[in-house]
Write a protein that binds this ligand. Structure first.
Ligand code: ADP
Ligand code: MG
Length: 258
């Protein structure tokens, strides 16, 4: 199996303004497979966001090495798309312009990429809203814009840090199924951080459980439920088995970290 991303012994220590050191990650090694849907779950503060920022080269790791397609990753790359918890759109730009923003930042001609932007806006279900402004959209629609924007460079790897946590349960369920559809249609590798155990089980090929203080990988669970995944699967015994297994472990880790 080909690996798209390979982490070897990643460690991360933040040094605060007062000189206080926080050991956020310790000895994280992980091989992410080409085209897989990998979810990361773990207690608050275990370093999930830090890990994603290290993958995206937004912050440098203190120790260790990351390889992207067998080459050491040294700088942010348009081969890795990122979606954060908040959509972080430019309020004074239209939906289309927001989606084109990464192209603009790469110094590419945005006119050449308008067609792609419109296709992506349609892909995320926002056809007709190309010329709308973020304030005219609901939270779920804004998050869809952020997803389209992360896809504009057609990155083989998409990082998503709790992208649906600010949304209501219905929108969240709808968007997670949409992400699955996009993942299948566009053949991407997705690394997805969530707080929701059912969401993690429903989406993933593998689910990484992280422990805290210091942040580290506790175990990796293979979710061998059939694909395509559907909401009705969430009521099957096999789905219940995985959810219980992950929940028990996360609860134990939470108790131990107190
Ligand atoms: P998670 O996303 O799992 O909740 P984070 O990656 O945000 O965890 O944080 C991991 C640890 O690193 C926490 O203890 C947090 O307080 C600390 N941390 C995160 N960002 C910074 C920062 N910029 N400066 C100092 N400490 C930080
Ligand atoms: Mg976080």
């Amino acid at each position: 199996m080909n690996e798209i991303l390979k982490l070897a012994q990643i460690g991360m220590t933040y040094v605060g303004r007062s000189g206080k050191r926080v050991n956020a990650l310790n000895d994280v090694s992980l091989a992410v497979r080409e085209d897989e849907f990998l979810t990361i779950i773990g207690p608050s503060g275990c370093g999930k966001s830090t890990l994603l920022k290290i993958f995206g080269k937004i912050v440098p790791a203190t120790t260790g090495n990351i390889q992207f397609r067998c080459k050491t990753l040294t700088a942010p790359t348009s081969d890795i798309g990122i979606c954060f918890q908040q959509p972080l759109l430019f309020p004074w730009h239209t939906v289309e312009r927001n989606v084109l923003m990464p192209m603009e930042m790469l110094g590419r001609s945005i006119d050449k990429h308008r067609g792609e932007a419109r296709d992506l806006i349609e892909l995320v279900g926002l056809k007709g809203f190309e010329q709308s402004y973020p304030r005219e959209l609901s939270g779920g629609m804004q998050q869809r814009v952020a997803i389209a924007r992360a896809l504009i460079t057609d990155p083989p790897l998409l990082l998503m840090d709790e992208p649906f946590s600010a949304l209501d349960a219905m929108t969240r369920e709808e968007l997670s199924l949409e992400i699955l559809r996009i993942w299948q249609e566009r053949k991407k590798t997705i690394i997805f951080v969530t707080h929701s155990i059912p969401e993690g089980v429903l989406l993933s090929d593998r689910l990484v459980i992280m422990a805290t203080r210091p942040g580290r990988i506790d175990q990796i669970v293979d979710i061998d439920l059939p694909r395509p995944r559907t909401i009705s699967m969430t009521s099957t015994p096999r789905f219940g088995h995985f959810s219980n297994l992950v929940r028990d472990r996360v609860q134990t880790l939470q108790r131990e970290s107190k």
